[in-house]
Design a protein around this ligand. Sequence first.
Ligand SMILES: [Zn+2]
Length: 388
Amino acid sequence: MNKTSKADLSLIKRINSTLIINTIREHGRISRADIAKVTGLTRATVTNLTASLIEKGFIKEAHLGSSSGGRKPILLEMDDSKHITCGVYIDSEFSDIYLTNINGKILEKRRITFDKGTSPAEVIKRICEIIKEMTKEKTPLGIGVAVCGLVNSICGVSIFAPSSGWRQIHIVGEFKKHLDFPIYVDNDVRIMTLAESFFKVTLEKYNNNNKKDFVMVHIGDGIGSSVVLGGQIYYGSNFGAGEIGHIKVVENGTRCNCGNLGCLETIASEKAFIKRVSQTLGKNVTLDEIISLYRKDDERIKLEVFDEAKYLSIAIANIINMYNPSLIILNGGIVKLGERFISHIDNEVKRRSMPYLATTIAPSLLGDSAIEMGTCALVLEKTFERLL
Ligand SMILES: [Zn+2]
């Protein structure tokens, strides 16, 4: 006879609790009976585990549901009043520090700036001072930290961040010198991808049939992507999967901060795009000004936007040929150029990728909130592993 060990039982309980929480999150409000139907768990298991989740402050009973006669069922929903998460985004010259509720909604946000050469220890010390002030009244479930570049998320180490020059920095260790909360670190694009797969806002709009395979592409100061296969983010053997910003698109092009020539980032990042347009117009312009001129059908801008779409499509077509995802989600300031820009990318990608792969290309509905929602999702995922 098989014996189920205590450890196995605890693992099963955790998996079932997470399943219940995710079912509640996905449905908004749902009765215990429907949770049992959707998850296949027994009514008794659902009753026990939901009681424990209510006690831990993750879910609560909502107002009465509608029913055709008879007793109205009691619905369960997420309880966003009890717990908070803390998130940190570290860029090369600034850092955003914020608190969210467990639905990823920002409760408070602050920004600090620093010179590019400031040591990682000093930057993190200043961030921790702000966190101490912000968390005086309420202890967060944990801190999610998003950094650019290659990140070993298991050890909590920034392996190499080309934009800031950080190499082999033990981010978790530096935070632990000042704070006693659980700290989790990952690459910024993977964190945005986690926001998409955890909260499912964009997936549900564009990808109802297949939510397991998609790719997130972020176009900012750098260009990165993150690949989700079978519902899991694919990391690669050295945490570097998805570094599409370093696909060569220009022979003998500009030197990239990765050391190579003509990488996608050097020609199509937000900074590179603004620089190209500024040169064409003969004056410095901001992204917002470019977007406004594009909407007014400025012919010079239309050509530049088309070139931008062309460069990005080279890398995106490679991703599609490699992984055959059902959806590519685009995020970053440039995506605000709008539908016409995305349809240029779509057309160019179709020309360059295998026919019949039928990939939808769509803007992220989370937009600028993706990082904040992603660090929240990271903390929640780890908390459920630890507490349930
Ligand atoms: Zn490069």
